[in-house]
Design a protein around this ligand. Structure first.
Ligand code: NAD
Length: 430
């Protein structure tokens, strides 16, 4: 099939490269001309394991091309995916400027039937607005369909998530749209849930809100564990073996972050308010998440006492391992909060330092985790990269001013750390 993807970011590039890998002819478009120039030179704007190889392979096979001319993409494809960003506004409402802009651009340039698919995460009823926008600007007599096909990939494992999804959700209003999307996804052999557009839009918001709720739930439990001397890891294991509960997303830590959960929750709360439902459960999920960042700051103070002039070595910046994405990363908030109290920060992350340099100042960026440990009063683990799991703890201990490790992800075994001579502080651990 001939496909174009408008918006070549984390989702657009992975989607484009994977559809090309499945044998389709794909054009990835973006209005960021620099990004496109780099992609044409083989330089990817993001770090995602396996993506560079997939792009190179499909460019060579002439199945994948890049353009900054949306018009060319629209002319040369039958199915057009919109994968632009949908960031939060100050009010929490999703900023759909990019979606509207692209919908108009598609309408103006459509030479014939096109299926326009929302891939971006959007509030329910956005499909109505996309349809309305296209109807307003399209030339007379040209037919089109709009569909919703939310994306569930996770950064860090995006390619395997895309190629081996738990399910594919397709929200459609016509047989033609349904047949095209079902045929496109057929090679993946995954369950396909076909719904109307509004249900598909809601499935995405509801799924992310549910996962965020699980995280806030276990974080709340971690605070109780801390008070009574129980261990949240044991509680999570005991809860998670119940199939109705499940173990995933029951990892207590410093709160969720990233480019999706915080913004999608805000957008879901906002759209719910707008249509007359006060989603107070989700408001509390958000409060608990914010509270978790304060909880870890309190813990740091409990062990360090005075923060001013202390050097804190921070391991990890990205919001999760295996990505360079620092959008809404808890590490950034924590570092800024510690700096505001006078701490000196030495930081290391395997992939996210270039991006972090644009948003952090007065921080020492280190070449490896050992350099971040050297002369620090304590270590704060924020992102559970494998590199930190395999660290030489005795070497780290010698480099630190004081062997104090605050494990924001409960990545280490307390006994092991204590045996190695560290003072270990986890989240909700006995
Ligand atoms: P991103 O910021 O990495 O990429 C968006 C791209 O769209 C950018 O390259 C930007 O230049 C481009 N763009 C913006 N406006 C444009 C326009 N008018 N015309 C052409 N290009 C335009 O964002 P992302 O992380 O890929 O997310 C995209 C959407 O997918 C969001 O709605 C997000 O919520 C959703 N989503 C993201 C993930 C994820 O893990 N990142 C997972 C599932 C869904």
């Amino acid at each position: 099939m001939k496909i174009s993807i408008i918006g070549s970011g984390y989702v657009g590039l992975v989607t484009g490269a994977c559809f090309a890998e499945l044998g389709n002819t794909v054009i990835c478009a973006d209005n960021d001309a620099k990004k496109i120039t780099n992609l044409k030179k083989g330089i990817s704007p993001i770090f995602e394991p396996g993506l560079d190889e997939l792009i190179t392979h499909n460019v060579k096979a002439k199945r994948l091309t890049f353009t900054s001319k949306i018009k060319d993409a629209v002319k040369n494809s039958e199915i057009i995916f919109i994968a632009v960003g949908t960031p939060s506004q100050e009010t929490g409402e999703a900023d759909l400027t990019g979606i509207e802009n692209v919908a108009r651009n598609i309408a103006i340039n459509m030479p014939g039937y096109r299926l326009i698919v929302e891939k971006s995460t959007v509030p329910v009823e956005t499909g109505e607005w996309v349809k309305h926008t296209i109807s307003t600007y399209v030339r007379p007599k040209i037919k089109f369909d709009v569909a919703s096909n939310p994306e569930f990939l996770r950064e860090g494992s995006a390619i395997s998530d895309f190629l081996r999804p738990d399910r594919i959700v397709i929200g459609v209003e016509s047989k033609q749209a349904r047949d095209l999307l079902v045929a496109l996804y057929k090679p993946l052999n995954a369950p396909i849930v076909v719904t109307n557009i509004k249900s598909a839009e809601l499935i995405k918001h509801a799924s992310n809100a549910f996962l965020a709720t699980k995280i806030s739930f276990i974080n709340a439990i971690s605070q109780i564990c801390d008070k009574v001397g129980a261990d949240v890891m044991e509680v999570a294991q005991g809860m998670g073996l119940d199939k109705r509960v499940g173990r995933s997303f029951l990892d207590a830590g410093i709160g969720y972050g990233g480019s999706c959960f915080p913004k999608d929750l805000d957008a879901f709360i906002h759209i719910s308010d707008k249509i007359g439902y006060d989603f107070c459960l989700l408001k509390e999920v958000r409060n608990i998440n914010e509270g978790q960042k304060k909880f870890i700051l309190k813990k740091i103070k409990e062990v360090l006492w005075i923060i001013k002039d202390k050097t804190i070595g921070v391991w990890g910046l990205s919001f999760k391992p295996n990505t360079d994405d620092i959008r809404n990363a808890p590490a950034i908030d924590l570092i800024k909060a510690l700096q505001s109290e006078g701490a000196k920060i030495k930081v290391y992350d395997p992939q996210a330092m270039e991006k972090a340099k644009k948003v952090l100042s007065g921080v020492t960026f280190c070449k490896d985790p050992y350099e971040a440990s050297k002369g620090s009063d304590c270590l704060l683990l924020v992102t559970e990269w494998d590199e930190f799991k395999e660290i030489d703890l005795l070497k780290v201990k010698k480099l630190l001013k004081r062997p104090l490790l605050i494990d924001g992800r409960n990545m280490y075994e307390p006994e092991k750390l204590e045996k190695a001579g560290f003072t270990y502080v986890g989240i909700g651990r006995k």
